[in-house]
Design a protein around this ligand. Structure first.
Ligand SMILES: Cc1cc2nc3c(=O)[nH]c(=O)nc-3n(C[C@H](O)[C@H](O)[C@H](O)COP(=O)(O)OP(=O)(O)OC[C@H]3O[C@@H](n4cnc5c(N)ncnc54)[C@H](O)[C@@H]3O)c2cc1C
Length: 483
């Protein structure tokens, strides 16, 4: 069953998974009001794969599996493959205005990256390598949607995992038998976990020290696995209020904590276990970041482009779009957008084929630049919305339906702008408020600042791994020598 429809995705979520919202168990995640709109938005992504206009971009014939699969699952072998993957990421991201950061393509391409480095997992054993490759094929074949959870709870940062006041908090192996490993403990933040098919777990940051072996595991299980519980944050969605909350009402990806209560992970789902040496090398040696950052930067380009367009419309609505200081502000937004846009294209241009597996990898340094600057650029553009909107952002009717009431004429007069009527301007400003003022908007700033890990650690990694450092240092030294 490759390349699912939206309905098939929804049907697949109707199982006995243990999802809790506000302390209550959710009976059906597809009809539960706080999740329903996001599930529908994800279902639309699956339906797009069957739309004749997009089918060739969003799906591809897989020679290994002998069937069509989602484009993100494809293992790229040329720069052209990378360009097509980016086009697929763009199409899906545009369907959610770039607001669903954990759309299925993110982890699908991650799986392709992991499976493409079979040799890395084979260092532990051929069985683990087979498990990794088989799992990738299973997910591609069934077009599954994965969530992931990397982090331990925010405990005492001065202590290692097993030194915490309660050593049972951080997820670890507590037993093993002929069927698999038994894991117990907690992980966060699993975005979209309530309505994902499966969860992929590995630990972050990859800085394990001796004694932490029981915590060093990579595995995947279905979300309805016995003993797995999902706890949700408060919903930020406003079901049905599409005009008043254009983004929250459709794209609020639920974030969750996942609790493993003596969960049995079958051996065929264990990809790496109790090995700190391998885990500390995993990010670099599986080259997973090259392929995933290509997707995340392509998505961020769409999101920044969306916010930029809102800024343009707000400036026009205020009749100030041609003023020099506003042109400067908009020009700065363009510069941010273009830098992120350039990272994917530059990475494709500088892509190289890895002789070990024949895959074509986009340039890591170009992509990491996007990941390092996104956390600065996104809040900057959202700040521009606040600046341009001023008090107008707060002076909006509770509902746009008020334009159908007796106060309509006064509302119209109080809200109109330059060449825009009051109702249209209120709609634009409602959208702007959803980006900069609602809980949804705040969550998105936090997301862009953190989704690729804490920025300080990311930047330190960029410097540590920078492969072109010597080139620039050599040039400087030649110059100094010539003085
Ligand atoms: C909206 C959202 C969605 C997310 N979705 C996912 C997801 O789907 N899957 C997933 O696995 N993760 C997800 N994440 C988690 C994300 O990867 C982390 O938030 C990010 O890595 C930062 O880690 P943290 O939250 O533990 O913050 P911390 O690492 O605790 O950082 C918080 C602050 O503490 C400081 N700090 C941390 N350690 C130290 C130290 N040793 N010394 C001094 N200062 C320190 C940092 O500088 C920072 O200022 C999501 C996060 C957000 C906000």
């Amino acid at each position: 069953m490759a390349v699912r429809t939206g309905q098939q995705f929804i049907d697949g979520l109707r199982d006995d998974r243990e999802v809790y919202y506000n302390g209550q168990r959710v009976a059906d995640v597809t009809t539960f009001e706080p999740f329903k709109a996001s599930v529908a938005s994800l279902a639309r992504l699956y339906d797009l794969q069957h739309d004749a206009r997009y089918r060739e971009t969003l799906t591809v014939e897989c020679p290994t599996l002998g069937e069509r699969i989602g484009r993100a699952f494809e293992m790229p072998r040329s720069q052209q493959d990378l360009r097509l993957k980016r086009e697929a990421y763009r199409l899906w991201a545009e369907s959610t205005c770039g607001m669903m950061g954990r759309s299925p393509d993110f982890l699908n391409v991650m799986l392709a990256a992991l499976a493409a480095k079979r040799g890395f997992f084979a260092e532990l054993s051929p069985e683990r390598a087979d498990a990794m490759v088989n799992y990738y094929q299973h997910c591609a074949r069934h077009d599954l949607f994965l969530t992931h959870a990397l982090l331990d709870p925010q405990l005492d940062k001065g202590k290692l995992r097993h030194q915490q006041s309660d050593p049972a908090i951080c997820l670890r192996v507590v037993d093993r038998n002929s069927d698999g490993l038994v894991l117990h403990g907690i992980k966060r933040i699993a975005t979209a976990a309530p309505y994902a098919d499966e969860i992929l777990v590995w630990p972050f940051p990859p800085t394990f020290q001796p004694g932490e072996e029981p915590h060093a595991n990579v595995f995947a299980i279905p979300m309805n696995t016995k003993g797995l519980k999902t706890f949700c944050r408060p919903s930020f969605s406003h079901p049905g209020a599409r005009h008043d909350y254009p983004l929250s009402s459709q794209f609020d990806e639920m974030d969750a904590t996942v609790v493993f209560d003596q969960v049995l992970v079958p051996w065929e789902r264990v990809f790496l276990h109790e090995n700190i040496g391998l885990l500390n090398r995993m990010y670099r040696e599986t080259r997973m970041r090259e392929l995933t950052a290509h997707q995340t930067n392509a998505r961020l380009e769409v999101k920044l482009g969306f916010v930029y367009a809102v800024l343009v419309k707000m400036a026009e609505a205020a009749g100030i779009a041609a003023r020099a200081d506003i042109m400067e502000l908009l020009g700065e937004a363009v510069a941010c957008l273009e830098v992120i846009r350039s990272t994917t294209r530059s990475a494709e241009e500088q892509a190289t084929v890895d002789p070990e597996n024949g895959l074509c990898y986009p340039d890591l340094f170009a992509l990491q630049a996007g990941r390092a600057l996104g956390p600065v650029f996104y809040p900057k553009l959202v700040g521009m919305i606040r600046k341009l909107g001023g008090g107008g952002l707060i002076q909006l009717p509770a509902s746009l339906e008020e334009f159908d009431t007796p106060i309509s004429a006064d509302l119209e007069r109080s809200l109109r702008g330059a060449d825009i009527n009051g109702q249209d301007k209120a709609q634009l400003f409602k959208l702007a408020w959803d980006l900069c003022g609602t809980e949804f908007g705040a969550r998105h700033e936090l997301y862009e600042m953190n989704y690729a890990g804490e920025r300080g650690a990311l930047l330190a990694g960029v410097q540590r791994e920078y492969g072109r450092k010597q080139y620039y240092v050599d040039h400087l030294e030649r110059f100094m020598g010539s003085l």
